[in-house]
Write a protein that binds this ligand. Structure first.
Ligand code: OFO
Length: 165
């Protein structure tokens, strides 16, 4: 059985994962409109993954006797001044998600809720991979800079990146 405070913390994470899905979706749309199909597909796929992260949390909360809360979401950024800026925002976003996961680990230990602590380890590993992917992409995008040819090739190659699920 979940304590009220852990239930609240998990529900906050449900909202964060739903917002992450929207963040990636908005980036997918922006890239698609700009004609970069590879980047757009990467973002669409990632948006789906974030929804999976949210659903996994919802199931856990309900199975543990809590009530998953579906809440209003913050609107994501829908315009970016460049691809570089978009990928910088993506990394910042993933870092903030990792911080929130870390807080959940901390609270579950404080409350001696080892079931939640165990469950949340999957997210800890996931965030390590997601931050690493976001950093790799940003390094490449920074190298490309304003080179249109480089961006074209990157758009083709992003599909090959090892995307975690
Ligand atoms: Fe990329 O955030 Fe979910 O876990």
């Amino acid at each position: 059985m979940l304590s009220k405070s852990i239930e609240k913390a998990l529900n906050k994470q449900i909202r964060i994962e739903a917002e992450s899905s929207q963040v990636y979706l908005a980036m997918a749309v922006w890239a698609e409109v700009k004609g970069l199909e590879g980047i757009s597909n990467f973002m669409y796929d990632h948006s789906d993954e974030e929804r999976e992260h949210m659903l996994k949390l919802i199931k856990f909360v309900n199975e543990r006797g809590g009530h998953a809360h579906i809440s209003e979401l913050a609107a994501p950024s829908v315009e970016f001044s460049s691809f570089q800026v978009m990928f910088e925002k993506l990394l910042e976003h993933e870092i903030s998600v990792s911080q929130s996961i870390n807080e959940l680990v901390h609270s579950s230990l404080q409350e001696k809720d080892y079931a939640t602590h165990n469950f949340i380890q999957w997210y800890v590993s996931e965030q390590i991979e997601e931050e690493a992917t976001a950093r790799t992409i940003l390094d490449k995008v920074n190298m490309i800079g304003d080179d249109k040819g480089g961006l074209y090739l990157f758009d083709r190659d992003i599909q090959q990146l090892n995307i975690n699920s």
